[in-house]
Write a protein that binds this ligand. Structure first.
Ligand code: UDX
Ligand code: UDX
Length: 454
């Protein structure tokens, strides 16, 4: 009989991944549990007002919720009922003590491991989904198996889905990675998880490794992607200074198949829950193994990213006659990228704070991320006179001195920019940090236009 699955953590990773696993494994029961009652209530809401926005997700949840996919706060009951336990709890960057600002905070992971151990009534396969430093699985295995009545086999099955395309990435993954102990029990456990994915993923795309390789691959893959964004942003600064155009440079560079065309888009820098955290993790790991030059190398990726947001504000400052105080700037987009409401580590947040320090009057608009934006900036909202939120981009731009486009929402290029221009203070500036608007059309309307890398 196929084993039932529980996933602890009903977040951006756990929710969509389990929904797809349930859809593709109709003969398995899949239970997603979380300590956060509100989150579970949202996953269970009768009108499918799910706690996260992800294109296509609601259709999958509609199809399987109540059939073989269940959301619950009863962690104990679910662990008892299921032999395969995925763990997708959050592992934020540690803000205290040893490794503060770099290492991952593993307290939720460890607490979860202890809970699993307490509730288990039989052998379990534990599958790490959260990104974790290398060798975490080994630590967890010691906690779980120390004086245990049952056997716990810990595997690493890192998730490579990107937000905004999570469902597509899950349905058609480049690869699925499953790491596990290379002994008889470990290999058998790996095989059980291979079977879960093989119901829809071609076998040659399911790659298996030892646990440490799997853990490190996740960090390395994200660090490489982040490094590409920082590299192209470093070239963008040089383009602005020399008169080269970063889009032309990237197009031609990307035509070399050894380089490839993906992740060469200059912009406001990377955001999201993973890139910064994973690079910091890698830095910490390198340092703890005495690899200081490697640590410094990866730190540069983060430094470059922070510099990119500072540069956006410096260029605005210069273009707006060296004073921003009391000017009104509309930020178009607060999500860290299009098609998500997620605002973790969003460049827009950094830019908003830098502008706030310059006494700018800021209005933020975003089609999906305003609830998160309000929460993220709660400490500076004050009486709302210097920081406001507005659903309608046209209203956000009224009387503004500048519009700064921060998120590449498809909606923005299709707006009526003439109407926006007419409602703004003159001279009206657009800073398109994503290079997604028609620059010549904006100029012919009368806008002054800034871009990244040109
Ligand atoms: C998280 C991490 O952020 C990411 O780095 C990792 O790779 C995978 O897990 P995500 O799903 O985006 O990704 O996190 P989040 O949306 O914060 O969800 C985690 C969930 O775990 C939350 O809903 C939280 O309530 C829950 N949780 C946390 C538990 O159920 N138990 C705990 O002890 C801690
Ligand atoms: C990333 C990884 O892609 C995914 O495999 C991993 O599991 C989690 O982290 P995600 O953070 O959801 O996914 O988004 P991604 O599409 O990778 O974008 C990350 C950031 O880089 C965004 O802020 C995006 O705007 C930026 N980016 C990306 C660029 O600035 N330029 C690019 O060319 C690509």
């Amino acid at each position: 009989m196929n084993k039932n699955i529980v996933c602890i953590g009903a977040g951006y990773i756990g929710g969509p991944t389990m929904a797809v696993i349930a859809k593709m494994n109709p003969d398995r029961k899949v239970i997603v549990v979380d300590i956060n009652k509100d989150r579970i209530a949202a996953w269970n809401s009768p009108d499918y007002a799910l706690p996260i926005y992800e294109p296509g997700l609601v259709d999958v949840v509609r199809e399987v919720r109540g059939k073989n996919l269940f959301f619950s706060t009863d962690i104990e009951g679910a662990v008892k009922e299921c032999d395969i336990v995925f763990v997708g709890v959050n592992t934020p960057t540690k803000m205290f003590g040893r490794g503060a600002g770099r290492a991952s905070d593993l307290q939720f992971w460890e607490a979860t491991a202890r809970e699993i151990k307490n509730y288990a009534e039989g052998d379990k396969i534990i599958v790490e989904k959260s990104t974790l430093p290398v060798r975490t699985a080994a630590a967890m295995e010691s906690i779980l198996n120390d004086h245990a009545k049952f056997r716990f086999t810990v595997l690493s099955n890192p998730e490579f889905l990107a937000e905004g395309t999570a469902i597509k990435d899950l349905l058609e993954p480049d690869r699925v990675l499953i790491g596990g102990p290379q002994d008889e029990v470990g290999l058998a456990a790996i095989n059980e998880i291979v079977e879960v994915y093989a119901t829809w993923v071609p076998r040659e795309r399911i790659l298996t490794t030892n646990v440490w390789s799997a853990e490190l691959t996740k960090l390395a893959a994200n660090a490489f992607l982040a490094q590409r964004v920082s590299s192209i942003n470093a070239i963008a600064g040089l383009c602005e200074a020399t008169g080269a155009d970063v889009e032309e440079v990237a197009r031609v560079m990307g035509a070399d198949h050894r380089i490839g065309s993906k992740f060469l888009k200059a912009g406001p820098g990377f955001g999201g829950s993973c890139f910064k955290k994973d690079v910091l993790n890698l830095v910490y790991l390198c340092e703890s193994f005495g690899l200081h030059t490697a640590a410094e190398y990866w730190s540069g990726v983060i430094k470059m990213n922070e510099h990119q947001q500072e540069r956006i504000v410096s260029r605005l400052f210069k273009a707006m006659f060296n004073t921003l105080a009391n000017k009104k700037i509309a930020l178009f987009g607060f999500a860290f990228k299009a098609d998500t409401g997620d605002t973790r580590e969003t460049p827009s947040g950094t830019v908003a704070r830098l502008l706030y320090d310059e006494h700018v009057r800021i209005v933020i608009t975003d089609p999906k991320a305003l609830p998160n934006a309000r929460r993220d900036l709660a400490d500076i909202v004050g009486d709302g006179s210097r920081l406001a939120f507005e659903d309608d981009p046209y209203k956000a731009a009224e009387d503004a001195d500048a519009v700064v486009l921060m998120t590449d929402w498809r909606l923005y290029p299709s707006l009526d920019w003439k109407r926006i221009y007419d409602s703004m203070r003159k001279p009206a500036l657009v800073f398109d940090t994503r290079n997604c608007l028609d620059r010549d059309a904006l100029k012919s309307i009368g806008f002054r236009v800034l871009n990244v890398g040109k």
